[in-house]
Design a protein. Structure first.
Lengths: 436, 394
């Protein structure tokens, strides 16, 4: 029977391991740096997580502002719901992406960031168009508000499952002829390719450690949760820290922490402390819900379910398939990075990835969290589910929520479906034992 | 020998309606069977380089969903409730065998749903070709133009792989010429409708365009000429309707009854974004020189604006709609967007603010290809038409 317990009092503070606390401090410092920008004179580039060219942005002494991350933070803080409704009052359709509406609503209410301080207006909108159509319209909407330079950087879609020389050539040419000159103009800083190489070298070091952390979930029990916990882990490298010493330090620290958990035979840390016995190992496709993030996670760890691999943690780069930023080919490397982000991969590639995860991580099955806001992720997921189920022989399940719109998180429905799914896994196991 | 009697407008419209509502695509099947080696290549809205399919000796076949007559059973099993209708009915057409004679499909980069459908097609119909047409959002010749030319070249190679024959530059030029003629005729009909909307009802114009999606362009050119000849010879009563521009029907198709309902409510549609591929380029595509470069250049510099297309210049954003209102002496705009359409619904607030700035009245509603209840739309459009008549002069 599904029982939803609603907390009568404020929930206890979430338990965090040291790396999570460190990550939180880094994110807070970044928001302060953003809020301080008008005083420090640092220029601000708004851009997106997939296709985030942080190393390039830093070459111009600029700081990045990622509107999706702002929406996520507002979701976690439960302010996104009112922002979404504010945007709808302003005429934005109930049908479209709630990241966009959260952002528009936040702007309409004074652009107060998650740190409680005003976020600065961007000096440039770097429209890194990678795997999400909504990005284009989002920045066309913001451009009207901010009236600043907007740079379109188009990443071709990997429709045939491969990167062609023409794709790289187009992207490098855009960088040389359009993106870099405009960033020079906005920032007043001359581009130095050796500076970019240095940042890319640092990126690759942190990327190595991130991959080791994500792949640690192959251990049994998994020392990490690669979805809910994974969201903490990707924060710095998908955000404003890729290419920095802080990122190198953080990912080394995180890897050591995870290595220690493996040595101790521990599972992941959850908001309620160490997870109990690992009973189910899952691969998850799709973004999480942020407005009820802790409640959502609890539905998993209460049942002993750990996510061992997720596609969402590849939305800002698919490093576990070998890509690293390469200082020897700096611009080509930025192009290749953008091409490889998860949602820029065609559906057959995505199915292959998920199949691979189920097999490599010895998962019990695939769970899809389908997000109303995000057609880039969601369109085609029902077919993906069938394909992965067919190829792996492992059961798959489908739940529906939204990113930052609390109206689309139905706890009872989600919990009910998860419980049914866990029963399905048990039955499958029982069937296999019976056959043996 | 007696001259063949000239077809009447009603004959032409009936023929076109029969063609576009035939979801077995009998005309295209017959065309393919007439000669061995012919290929049929489907394409989705809003734009595809049909000239290349024609140059390959193929028939470009517009796949514009299932409309309001197709019962979608299988297609719904592939999509969540919050995704639009056109991919469902397209899947339905595929899994029910209605597209079994189609050799390949082209999916333009209109939105994430259609983009992902290109990958679904690869998985679901592995023996059929599936080509994603990645359209440029950079409008500089040696950037977006060069990229798009390479996309067109790859499309030629993909088509050649189906026919076993290379596509020559001369063949592409000849195809551009025949599509130039097609676009000229359609522009002519649009101009005639703008001048005399009572003589060219939009419900007729729409079926004329849809018919062109399922038959050879040469046959369509003949039908368009016949329609122009016929409609010029007749005069229908002029009504005291309001002149409106329709925006939002660039992808998932409206039921024909929706267009009729808008007209019956007291509106003359004097411009629209129906089947944009039929007049995507504003003037003739050049025939001299590199034909692929010419197609790319026309896309970059001489094509329509529509929500799925990026506008690099903020000062120009949405002005195409204002220009259309002015050029066609329209009195208002009806935003008729498809439910769950990202490009349309994300763009709508921008376009609305541009129109507001220019003092142009507007209304908005949503539809789906299988919308059946027209009364609310008729009331809304009728009220809009009345309010224009009553208050616009004030």
């Amino acid at each position: 029977m599904t029982v939803i317990t609603r907390p009568k009092a404020k929930p206890a503070d979430a338990i965090k391991d040291a790396s999570m606390a460190k990550q939180k401090a880094m994110m807070a410092a970044h928001y302060d740096r953003l809020s301080d920008a008008p005083e420090t004179g640092q220029k601000v580039a708004a851009t997106f997580v997939p296709g985030n060219l942080n190393e390039l942005i830093m070459c111009f002494d600029m700081v990045n502002n990622l509107p999706e991350v702002n929406a996520i933070q507002n979701g976690l803080r439960r302010t996104s719901g009112s922002y979404v409704m504010e945007a709808e009052k302003l005429g934005h359709s109930e049908d479209v992406c709630t990241y966009v509406k959260s952002d528009i609503g936040m702007m309409a209410r004074g652009n107060i960031g998650p740190n409680g301080r005003k976020l600065p207006n961007p000096d440039v909108l770097l429209l890194s168009y990678t795997g999400c159509f909504t990005f284009m319209k989002w920045f066309e909407l913001l451009r009207r508000e901010y009236g600043c330079e907007t740079i379109m950087f188009q990443t071709p879609y990997m429709a045939d499952g491969k990167i062609t020389p023409d794709m790289i050539a187009y992207m490098v040419k855009q960088l040389k002829q359009d993106v870099i000159p405009k960033l020079e103009k906005v920032s007043g800083v001359k581009f130095d390719i050796d500076r970019l190489r240095e940042y890319l070298k640092k990126s690759a070091v942190a990327e190595d450690d991130l991959v080791k952390v994500l792949q640690s979930a192959k251990h049994k029990p998994s020392p990490i949760d690669a979805y809910f916990g994974g969201i903490y882990y990707i924060g710095p490298i998908f955000g404003a820290f890729r290419g920095t010493d802080e990122a190198i330090d953080y990912y080394r620290f995180l890897r050591e922490e995870v290595d220690q958990r493996i040595r101790e035979g521990k599972g992941p840390v959850t908001p309620d402390g160490d997870m109990g016995k690992e009973r189910y190992r899952l691969v998850v496709e799709g973004p999480p819900n942020y407005t009820n993030f802790r409640q959502f996670w609890k539905m998993f760890y209460d049942e002993g379910a750990v996510v061992v691999a997720s596609s969402y943690t590849k939305v800002g780069g698919t490093y576990d398939f070998g890509f690293r930023h390469n200082p020897d080919k700096p611009l080509e490397s930025l192009a290749e990075y953008c091409l490889n982000v998860y949602t820029n991969r065609n559906l057959p590639m995505r199915v292959d990835m998920l199949e691979n995860y189920v097999n490599e991580y010895e998962a019990d099955g695939l769970l899809i969290n389908s997000i109303k806001s995000c057609n880039s992720f969601s369109a085609g997921q029902l077919l993906m589910m069938r394909e992965v189920e067919k190829r792996t022989g492992k059961p798959a399940a489908f739940i529906e929520t939204d990113l930052v719109d609390p109206r689309y998180f139905s706890a009872a429905n989600v919990k009910n479906r998860l419980e049914s799914y866990f029963q399905m896994i048990e039955q499958k196991r029982g069937g296999l034992r019976g056959a043996a | 020998m007696l001259d063949k009697p000239k077809p009447t407008t009603a004959d032409i419209v009936k023929k076109c309606e029969d063609l576009f509502t035939d979801l077995s695509f009998a005309a295209a099947r017959e065309w393919k069977e007439e000669k061995p080696g012919r290929i049929v290549v489907g394409f989705l809205p809003y734009y595809a380089p049909r000239e290349l399919v024609h140059a390959a000796g193929g028939l470009p076949l517009g796949i514009f969903g299932g409309g309001d007559q197709l019962e979608v059973i299988h297609g719904d099993a592939y999509y969540q409730s919050y995704i639009c209708r056109i991919p469902r009915s397209t899947i339905e057409l595929g899994v029910t065998g209605r597209l079994d004679f189609v050799d390949g499909m082209m999916f333009p980069s209109i939105c994430d749903v259609i983009r992902n459908l290109s990958g679904m097609w690869k998985i679901m119909f592995p023996t059929k070709g599936s080509r994603y047409i990645d359209l440029p959002h950079n409008f500089v010749d040696d950037l977006g133009g060069e990229f798009y030319r390479s996309e067109l070249k790859e499309t030629c190679d993909w088509l050649s792989g189906m026919t076993g024959r290379p596509i020559t530059d001369d063949a592409i030029r000849a195809s551009i010429a025949v599509f130039n003629e097609n676009r000229r005729l359609i522009r002519e009909i649009y101009q005639l409708r703008s001048d005399q909307p009572w003589n060219v009802p939009s419900s007729e114009l729409y079926v004329l365009l849809r018919a062109g999606m399922v038959i050879p362009v040469e046959d369509h050119n003949r039908i368009l000429r016949e329609y122009l000849d016929s409609v010029r010879e007749q005069t229908r009563p002029m009504k005291d309707n309001s002149r409106v521009v329709i925006c939002g029907m660039f992808c998932e198709q409206p039921p024909l009854n929706l267009i009729k309902s808008i007209e019956l409510s007291g509106c003359y549609i004097v411009d629209d974004d129906f089947i944009l591929v039929t007049r995507w380029e504003n003037s003739d595509v050049r025939l001299e020189g590199d034909p692929l470069a010419n197609l790319a250049s026309a896309y970059l510099h001489d094509s329509k604006s529509t929500p799925p297309k990026y506008e690099p210049d903020e000062a120009k954003k949405g002005l195409y709609l204002v220009d259309s209102v002015r050029k066609n002496r329209a009195e208002g705009v009806i935003f008729a967007m498809t439910s769950f359409c990202d490009p349309g619904l994300l763009e709508r607030p921008i376009l609305q603010s541009v129109l507001k700035k220019h003092g142009i009245p507007q209304i908005a509603f949503k539809y789906a290809e299988n919308s059946g209840q027209m009364q609310p739309i008729r009331e809304q459009a009728g009220t809009f038409a009345d309010s224009i008549k009553l208050w616009s002069g004030a």
